[in-house]
Design a protein around this ligand. Structure first.
Ligand SMILES: C[C@](O)(CO)[C@H](O)COP(=O)(O)OP(=O)(O)OC[C@H]1O[C@@H](n2ccc(N)nc2=O)[C@H](O)[C@@H]1O
Ligand SMILES: Nc1ncnc2c1ncn2[C@@H]1O[C@H](COP(=O)(O)OP(=O)(O)OP(=O)(O)O)[C@@H](O)[C@H]1O
Length: 285
């Protein structure tokens, strides 16, 4: 990250509940989900290049340079705007991949906002969210940076004020493929639509959980274990599972009792993402 002139966080999200309403003809699913951010993030570094090249200098195992969502986001932004500037990019990857906490999507959103700033493009949040949606269903919420009730495939966002408890997030050592879970014939796809006000009634169910638990014993076991201490839930399509606590000390106490084979982290839930708080500081607000 040494050459970076700008560093920005790409925070994690949790799906506090997730209902699947139906499957669209294009295979995507209409959802209702509640997003909140965590103060736990990847860190991205940016430096301007005059030659138009996009170079990510950090390798992520299993993700080729040109498939990395950071590189794809940067190139799409160049294409959309005709910008002739480029960038050197670095990432300090903290968020587990395939964890359901939105790592790749958040990296993409931070890239879009970071380069919009560095290249002085002046694109609006609406324009960046529209571009982000082409990269992944979760990108728009990270672009907007406010906790939200999401509908559609995750892009119709109603900002919401939630309590900001502390979460213990447990990371089963397995990669869950989102596409695989959404194509499982046993997935519940007919949850009735609910209104924002009745959101957390029913305990914040996640319709993906039964299918993920059945296919991935590691996730099943983590849920059983965490449930001994707190109501445990799956985020997104997993693999991560989480429980909420009124303060950091209570969450840390449970974390210390987990087996060493089951990594975890503790972070506060936040309604304004770390990225947007940092951008506000940069703008001198
Ligand atoms: C499950 C969530 O994590 C909830 O926040 C997201 O909706 C998934 O978002 P994401 O990882 O950005 O997902 P994408 O990269 O857009 O899609 C991955 C795959 O999941 C399936 N998919 C995803 C989102 C959605 N609403 N319906 C789907 O059926 C599609 O098969 C797609 O090919
Ligand atoms: N910068 C990136 N960080 C992580 N994964 C990336 C990145 N770029 C591309 N990918 C690919 O995206 C896949 C999904 O990664 P990600 O960490 O976003 O999953 P996830 O946490 O399950 O996401 P979601 O909660 O949005 O479903 C990875 O397995 C990897 O192949």
């Amino acid at each position: 990250m040494n050459g970076a002139t700008l560093t920005l966080p790409a925070p994690a999200k949790l799906n506090l509940m997730l209902h699947i309403l139906n499957r669209r003809p294009d295979g995507y699913h209409e959802l209702q989900t509640l997003f909140q951010f965590l103060d736990y993030a990847d860190e991205l570094g940016f430096a301007l290049r005059e030659d138009g090249e996009i170079r990510l200098h950090t390798e992520i195992a299993g993700v080729p340079h040109d498939s990395n969502l950071i590189v794809r986001a940067a190139k799409q932004l160049q294409q959309l705007t005709g910008c002739t500037l480029g960038a050197d990019l670095w990432i300090d990857k903290k968020l587990p991949m395939g964890g359901g906490i939105g790592g790749g999507s958040s990296d993409a959103a931070t890239t879009l906002l970071g380069l919009n700033h560095l290249w002085q493009l002046g694109l609006s949040a609406d324009q960046l969210a529209e571009l982000g949606l082409k990269l992944g269903a979760d990108v728009p919420v990270f672009v907007r940076g406010h906790a939200a009730f999401a509908e559609g495939v995750g892009e119709k966002l109603t900002p919401i004020e939630l309590e900001e408890p502390w979460f213990l997030v447990v990371i089963p050592q397995v990669l869950v493929s989102t596409a695989e879970i959404f194509s499982d014939p046993e997935l519940t796809r007919d949850s009735p639509p609910i209104k924002v006000r009745s959101l957390l009634e029913g305990g914040g169910r996640n319709d993906c959980q039964p299918v993920v638990q059945k296919r991935y014993p590691e996730v099943h076991n983590a849920l059983i274990l965490l449930n001994k201490f707190v109501q445990a839930k799956l985020t997104g399509t997993g693999a991560c599972v989480f429980g909420s606590f009124p303060n950091r000390a209570d969450a840390d106490k449970v974390a210390r009792q987990l087996p060493v084979t089951l990594p975890s982290f503790v972070a506060q839930g936040r309604n304004i993402s770390m990225l947007h708080r940092k951008l506000e500081t940069l703008a001198g607000k």
